[in-house]
Ligand binder design. Sequence first.
Ligand code: GLV
Ligand code: GLV
Length: 339
Amino acid sequence: MTPKHVYVTRQIPEAGLLLLKKQGLKITVNHKNQAVTRAELIRSIKNKDGLLCLLGDKIDQEIIEAGNKLKIIANYAVGYDNINVPAATKKGIMVTNTPGVLTDATAELVWSLIYACARRIPEADRFVRSRKFESWGPKLLLGTDIHHKTLGIIGAGRIGQTVGRKAAGLDMKILYTNPHRRPGFERRTKARRVSLKTLLKKSDFVTLHLPLTPKTRHLIKQPELRLMKRTAYLINTARGPIVDEKALTRALKEKIISGTGLDVYEREPKIEAGLLKLENVVCLPHIGSATTETRTKMAVMAARNLIVALKGKRPPNLVNPDCRPACRPAGRVSTRANV
Ligand code: GLV
Ligand code: GLV
């Protein structure tokens, strides 16, 4: 039997590639230290049984059509808005993601951004490096307290709730929005579920934890920003297009809000020109899950999804169960035993 052939769009941590190799799969990896071009992806996906791709790879209808033998698209990310899932489902192609393993790392980055914004850390670092630190000053680089303030979590899923739990010890008040109540989270953190409007009006730090869908696109635009306190900060580690970046840039310039901490952008990797000129913006290059431990776990998880799917079974992190009957009835599949 000819071995199944998998295309990996970028070098992922070795543990994942090793798992694929151990299964006797044929692997083609994009070895360049940059994203695959569209043309390259279309060329490379032909005759491949599996695709392991990144959140920056746009897997649309045309790419899916080009994957004439494709059975599985394993996304190396928890978010999968980069994939046209209905188009994959229609062709019986399984789509998987990497939930859970990156929750804590992402929540830690949220807290890094909250601290970085509140205490103006990057600005202070720039200040010292440019040799401006000449004497201690009572009013030098004043920030704002975090303790005893209100944290507003928009979307209390895995990551949102973890961000809230990590507030323990700061005596913060926690507000959240979510389609339904989270009683366990409320008990643990004394968080209160409120409307989006109330959350925006009352929070000192607003953090976004929603998937990008047609409903969440531009959820935060000018009117929402105007509801926020002038002293408040907006943190986005979810997906860029949830925020209208032009409106955000304007709001920051006009001091409608105090500052922002961003890990994601509306037209990633492009960034709204005016944004980078502002001091009250902390910008990161989409590194929410970027720790060695977490990225290794993601690689293993994506590889396992791929391996199980190529055995014709239901992978553990299938996001489109409707794609069957292309995969056998669910049943319990031990992924451990399979790799
Ligand atoms: C990162 O943004 C992810 O979705 O994993
Ligand atoms: C600051 O360094 C202080 O001692 O107050």
